[in-house]
Design a protein around this ligand. Structure first.
Ligand code: FES
Length: 106
């Protein structure tokens, strides 16, 4: 399975195998990686799966839709790299994806 590296705000790194088609959020939850809450279970309704995706990787991800952008407005510490990890599905082109986590989700 493709691997994703999740880097906490303090620099702590975690790796998880994420099945093709699973969300980047689900991969973190399955591995109990701290820093991603996923309170709504991936319904794009809570904003607690906020991550930062570098430009290098963002071009390989599907673009955020209007709903995701609307929920992100209420997330903590949003910047131009911000995405909701429940809205990014794992694909072969995302093998080796590196994402950064915010200080907190609320
Ligand atoms: S898990 Fe709730 S918006 Fe992603």
């Amino acid at each position: 399975m493709p691997k994703v590296t999740y880097i906490e705000a303090d620099g702590t790194e975690h790796q998880a195998d994420v099945a093709i088609g699973d969300s980047i959020m689900q991969g973190a939850i399955n591995k109990m990686i701290p820093g991603i809450e996923g309170d709504c279970g991936g319904l794009c309704a809570c904003g607690t799966c906020h991550i930062y995706v570098s430009e290098q990787w963002a071009t390989k991800c599907s673009a955020p839709d209007e709903l995701e952008e609307g929920i992100l407005e209420f997330a903590f510490g949003v910047d131009q790299r911000s995405r909701l990890s429940c809205q990014i599905a794992m694909s072969e082109s995302l093998e080796g994806l590196v994402v950064h986590l915010p200080d907190r989700q609320y």
